[in-house]
Each structure stands twice: as C-alpha cells, then as structure tokens.
Design a protein. Structure first.
Length: 397
C-alpha cells in the first residue's frame, strides 16, 4: 500500500497520522466534514455487524426457550397430575402463549436494520450542511450568490455584517437540506457550476434515499412516488417492485448502501473541494490517498476499489507520483479479491521502468515477479528512493 504524508506531517511530533483522525487542523479544512461522515458510516457498519447478529441469535434462542417451556407445561396437564398442578400449568401455558404471540409479532432484526439504514442518511444530511458551510468559509465570494430578501427590521437585529451573512448561510443550508437528493445535487450543481451526478451509481444512490423515505414514513411499503422517482433517474430493478409491496433491507443491501453512501460523500466532497479551492488540489490528493490507504489497511477492498476508480478518473491531480500511488493502491485492492489479471491490466497502463525503486518493487510484487522484487528490496535497503513525504508498504499474499 502506498500512503502520502504532507510536509507538515513529516516535521510533526511523530504521532501516527490518520485520514480518519479526529485531531483538529490549525484552520478549518475540507477534510474535516469528509472524515466525520466516513467515521459515522463506519460506526453504522460496526453497529450492524455487532448488534444485528446478536439480535438474530437472541430472537432464535427465545423462540427455542418458549417452545421448550410450552412443551414442559403441556406435560404437566396429564391426567396423572394433581388438579393443583394442572391449574398452575394452565396458568403458565396462558402466559407462555402470550409471550409466543408477542415473540411472533416482534421483529428486532428488521427494527435495527431500518433504524441504522435511516441513520445512514441522517449522517449524510448533516454532512451536506457541514460541507457547504466549510466551502463558504474558504471562499467568501460564494456569499455573493445568496439571493435572499430580508426585512430591514430583521437585519438590524444582527451586530455585524458577518453575523448577518452567517445567518443567511444557515437559512441557505436548511433550504438545501429540506430538498430531495436529486434537487439537492441540482442546487449544488447550479451553485458551484459543476456536474455532480454523472456517475454509474447515481440511480442506485437515489433509490436508497427513496427507500429511506419509505421506511421513515410507511414502514417500507412501496409507493407510486418511489417508483416514479427511481424510474426518472434510470434505476433498474433486478425484480420489479409493485405498489403496496413491503420492502426489506437484508445484509447485502445494507452494507452495499453503506459503501455507496460513503463513496458518494467522499466523491462529492473531493469534487467540490477541487472546484471551489483549486489551489488545494495537493491537499485534496493527499486526503484521498489517506482514505484509500486506510480502507486498504482495514481490508475494505470494495471501498478502496470504488474510490481508486474515482481517483484515476479525476481530470487533474497534483503530481505524477500521486497518480501512481492511486494506481498501485487500486491494483492492491483488485489483487486482494483475486482479480490479479485486472490489477496487472491497470498497472500496465503506465510505464514503470523510469520510476523509483519503490514503485518498481510494488509493480514486481503485484505482477508476482518475486525474483525481481527480491533484487529491488536489496537495492532499496532500509531507506527507499521516494521523498520523505511517501511511505511504501507492500503486502505479500
């Protein structure tokens, strides 16, 4: 895996850097809202892995327990038992039947899935506001595009022009948040003069947002509006949905939704960061490298692959070195899921002969040329050729 370090990190206090670190920057940075939403999504994934499985196991254990209790109490109703025993057994049976009825009508797994799924989009909603706020803080000229009327009496309530400006921005952000995601992204496209929805997963992101609305308002029952919105963005269902049908989530759909929302959040933040603050492309590159690096470290291969594709599709990156880091990390993720041929194809789009030994080593290992890798490791020694802003870690499979 290849990870970049900024010059300020190299001259720091030696603490380990993390793309998902909660350490505050000296000044507000676009990486902060991106990191926060990634953290929230990781929290949601971890809660699902930890608690939904436990809820399912507990539900099944309770079913077995109640079944055994009922069977035992029925034995106590036999004719050879005293009447007092049989009366107590009847009383217990009635209680157990009530518990069984409650158990059969309960759905803790579905409840947890729906709650976490809804919270996934609540985290994204907060992120949209935080991101817009940070963009305006970095580019004061954006305030000129806020067209809101305000009564003089209302304006006079504010102590300064800055306070008034911030109040107007708060209202803009709330207005954006109240819109559907299709309208939100159109608003952001118009506001920042950029295209944001031209990626393959967009229709399926909209479908998940609409399904969130179904779970929030009608327990997952399909509506005409849901079908119409999904149809309008080109979402294609494997199995056709019908009005009145009750939708489920399930583990596969849930975790893919987490992946997709994280991907959209990061791509949105990165795209607007590069558009609004073009002088920080190097910082945006560094941050994207770090996120992919940490996904690789955590063996979240699908996350790393989706973001690597995005990274390599960017119209501009700061250096050739950064582009090669994106390429190597993409190949690592592909190879990790047994797509060695695809990884080799990605690597062979670039010429590695004139690069540093570190990149040559990565190419050799990923191409399974282990004899070449051994020779390169001897040449590299303890200190690689890359600048001190780069660290190279090669994962042998």
């Amino acid at each position: 895996m290849v990870e970049s370090r900024s010059p300020e990190e190299d001259s720091g206090n030696g603490q380990e850097d993390s793309a998902l670190s909660s350490n505050a920057s000296p000044e507000p940075s676009l990486r902060e809202p991106i990191d926060q939403v990634v953290h929230r999504i990781l929290d949601i994934e971890e809660c699902a892995l930890e608690y939904i499985q436990k809820a399912s196991a507990r539900y099944n254990e309770e079913a077995d327990k109640l079944k055994n209790e009922l069977s035992q109490e029925q034995k106590n109703l036999s004719d050879d038992k005293p009447n007092s025993h049989r009366l107590l057994a009847l009383r217990s049976i009635r209680s157990t039947i009530r518990q069984i009825d409650r158990h059969n009508k309960s759905s803790p797994v579905r409840t947890l899935e729906q709650s976490l799924f809804i919270h996934l989009f609540a985290a994204f909603d907060k992120y949209i506001g935080d991101l817009v706020l940070m963009l305006y803080q970095h580019n004061q000229d954006l305030y000129k595009n806020i067209n809101r009327e305000i009564a003089l009496s209302e304006a006079l309530k504010y102590d300064s022009m800055d306070a008034l400006r911030h109040a107007m921005l708060d209202k803009e952000i709330e207005a954006i948040r109240r819109k559907s995601y299709t309208d939100q992204f159109k608003d952001l496209e118009n506001r920042f003069s950029i295209t944001l929805t031209k990626f393959d997963e967009w229709p399926y992101f909209v479908e998940r947002a609409q399904r969130r609305n179904l779970f929030t308002h009608c327990d997952g029952v399909v509506s005409a509006q849901y079908l119409e919105i999904c149809r309008s963005v080109g979402c294609k269902f494997k199995e056709q949905k019908q009005i009145g049908q009750r939708l489920d989530i399930g583990a596969k759909y849930f975790f893919h939704s987490c992946l997709l929302v994280a991907q959209v959040a990061i791509m949105l933040g990165q795209t607007l960061w590069r558009k609004v603050i073009p002088g920080q492309i190097d910082k945006a590159d560094l941050h994207l490298v770090h996120i992919i690096f940490h996904y690789l470290s955590d063996e979240k291969w699908a996350h790393a692959i989706s973001l690597s594709k995005f990274a390599l599709s960017l119209p501009r990156v700061s250096t050739d070195e950064v582009e090669r880091i994106f390429t190597v990390n993409y190949a690592i993720a592909l190879k990790a899921i047994n797509k060695g041929a695809a990884a080799k194809k990605i690597l062979d789009k670039k010429d590695w002969t004139a690069t540093t030994y570190d990149f040559k080593l990565a190419y050799a290992v990923l191409s399974e040329k282990y004899a070449d890798a051994e020779e390169l490791m001897k040449k590299i020694g303890k200190q690689g050729e890359l600048s001190t802003s780069i660290e190279l870690f090669v994962k042998f499979n």
